[in-house]
Design a protein. Sequence first.
Length: 242
Amino acid sequence: MKIINAFWEKENLGVDVIEIVCSSNDCGDKLETELNRISVPYSVLKIPTDNYNLLCTGQKCGYSVIEVAFKLAGDVRNTKLPSMYNRFVPHLRVETAVKEIREKVLDEIAEGAIFSTDRIALDPIFSKKLAGKRYYNWCCDAINKGASLEVAFYKDTPVAFNINSQPDTKQICYGLLGGVFGEAMDRGLGFLVLYTELESCRRLGGKTVISTVSSNNLPILRLHIQYGFHIKEMNYVLIKHQ
């Protein structure tokens, strides 16, 4: 079990935040003791889905489930664009974002309109605008630390983006964030979020992409499966305000 002082969230959310990350072999009694010590305004509890006892303990201590987080892995050699989208391929290209487009991506993220299924956006104590601010800060920090911002163009128009970490020693890229630009959301181009993520990893020399998807976003979860990703891990995510 890890108890993390998520100090960086103070700037994002305006309150002190603690994150509690459990492992499958943690026991309910110890978790209850730790949870009863927490007094910050907002705390997040993450529990592997194979430990029902911990879930019950979290709920007993006043935590509510807001999502299940799926960690998925895709081998770039085997994952591929679902055949139903092949007709788009002649009109697609993926490029590293130039300054103008990078600013467009960050501006849209900051507005809070892209990520409506995020646990911060769904929380009535917070808001979509606050979720946008949080993602904006996170993305700026990731890019400053070397993450790659790639953009997909359809018929020369930028329509989707993805932010990937650089490959680690195991040639794994972590898909940090992706989305579709507002003006393209109703054009059936959501598949380009994953297309961009995979192309980005290939361009960076990686072999595997790791993504985390919320159960609140069923379309993107289905899309990962269509591309050939497999589920590596699932965790309940619970929250508490006090």
